[in-house]
Unconditional design. Structure first.
Length: 425
């Protein structure tokens, strides 16, 4: 911790707070709470799953479309913090509101979840873009990895608290219903997220920006159009985005479908939660290790390592047979999951013009969001055609190989200017 500046630590601790949303709302508690509410209201299992899928698709599409526009406007002086704060408040307030919606009103739950997800993913767009303001290019890999490491560690604490409350309620140890226990988990998430966002709100400021102009919205559209027209000037940046699109799609697909693999092997819900928890714990130090190793071997070479580990994961998944195999697979994923995400963010941060960081991180967001479509589709089609779900998992090797080949064509970021040798105070 002593090696990081006040700004760097304040920025990284947002990941510590925000990651509670990812594991409790996105992955663990809310989907089960929603499914229970929909079933109680008479909605079939297939329909409730479809409605949740539509909801995810809607807010993903909305954010992907408005991301570059908002990012371009946020590049003006003083606007980045305002956009970040607006989405942060939308996310935290909506997450807390989930606790007060009637348990049988599944439609209102999905509407509130949409606003919470927009707030969470939207604030992350500006959080990622703030990396150019809080640190130097030379320290960027380490700082980004530090943020992911804190996120993995920090998310386990509210997750344990939430699961403990739910399990105690399930076993009637405490006089609280399971429904109300889930609501308590939503409140824990919101409070945790708010408290650990305070350092960023107080200590992180926009250091790189464009001077304000008359008609800023119209000018932002013009700048965005100019960027698209002059894309050849940013060849390295957009080449990296294409590589990122492919390999991060494979990463996201493995994360999102891991519980399905475990269920097919006969793992109970409790066992899956234990595996998920263990993966979070192991991923934290490895994310930080990736950052440290990138100082010695460069971020690009460590991205190669991460992609190669995932290729091994896909091949190993093809031969998956036992629960032990699943544990080995989960730990392999944990060694590179955080590292590949952290170094992708910092590598992109080194390539973008700092005064236009929000605009370009808007594109980064688009490529990340739309990448979530191709992988699951590839798995589904391959599984149906071959009649073997293992072949579907194995097919993801194609995405990682394509990403690896394109990444090899991306030039290294330019050498650091002397000013970058000194960490910001």
């Amino acid at each position: 911790m002593k090696k990081f500046t006040k700004e760097e630590k304040s920025w990284a601790f947002y990941d510590w707070g925000n990651s509670a949303y990812s594991i409790i709302i996105t992955t663990a508690v809310f989907p089960l709470f929603y499914k229970s509410a929909a079933t109680e209201a008479g909605v079939s299992l297939s329909d409730s799953t479809a409605y949740l899928g539509y909801t995810i698709a809607i807010f993903t599409f909305i954010l992907a479309m408005i991301g570059p526009i908002m990012g371009t406007i946020a590049d003006y002086e003083g606007m980045k913090k305002k956009f970040f704060t607006g989405f942060f408040l939308l996310g935290t307030v909506s997450t807390a509101m989930l606790a007060f919606i009637p348990s049988d009103n599944w439609l209102l739950l999905l509407i509130c979840y949409t606003f919470a997800a927009l707030g969470a993913t939207g604030s992350n767009l500006f959080y990622d873009a703030f990396i150019v303001d809080v640190t130097t290019e030379k320290r960027m890999n380490n700082v980004s990895a530090f943020g992911y490491g804190l996120g993995y560690i920090g998310s386990t604490i509210p997750f344990i608290l939430s699961i403990a409350v739910i399990l105690l309620a399930t076993n009637e140890v405490i006089p609280v219903s399971v429904i109300n226990a889930s609501r308590i988990a939503f409140l824990i998430t919101a409070v945790w997220w708010i408290v650990f966002s305070i350092p960023l709100l107080r200590n992180v400021h926009q250091r790189y920006y464009i001077e304000r102009e008359p008609s800023p919205v119209a000018q932002s559209f013009k700048r965005l159009g100019k960027t698209v027209r002059e894309i050849r000037q940013y060849r390295a940046l957009f080449l990296f985005l294409i590589a990122y699109f492919f390999y991060i799609d494979g990463v996201g697909t493995i994360i999102s479908m891991s519980t399905a693999y475990g269920t097919d092997l006969g793992l109970s819900s409790t066992s899956l939660l234990i595996v998920l928890f263990a993966t979070q714990v192991v991923a934290a130090p490895f994310a930080i290790l990736y950052g440290r190793l990138s100082e010695r071997f460069t971020g690009k070479k460590m991205l190669y390592v991460g992609i190669c580990v995932y290729i091994v994961v896909c091949i190993y998944a093809f031969f998956l047979e036992t629960i032990t195999d699943f544990w080995i697979l989960a730990m392999l994923v944990a060694t590179s999951q955080g590292g590949i995400q952290a170094l992708s963010r910092s590598y992109f941060g080194k390539l973008v013009p700092k005064e236009n960081s929000n605009e370009f991180f808007g594109f980064y967001n688009i490529f990340g969001k739309f990448a979530a479509i191709l992988g699951p589709l590839l798995v589904a089609v391959t599984s149906q055609v071959t009649g073997n779900s293992s072949m579907g998992v194995f097919s993801l090797v194609v995405l990682f190989i394509i990403g690896l080949i394109i990444l090899s064509r991306v030039p290294e970021p330019k050498p650091h200017a002397p000013v970058d040798e000194v960490a910001p105070e």
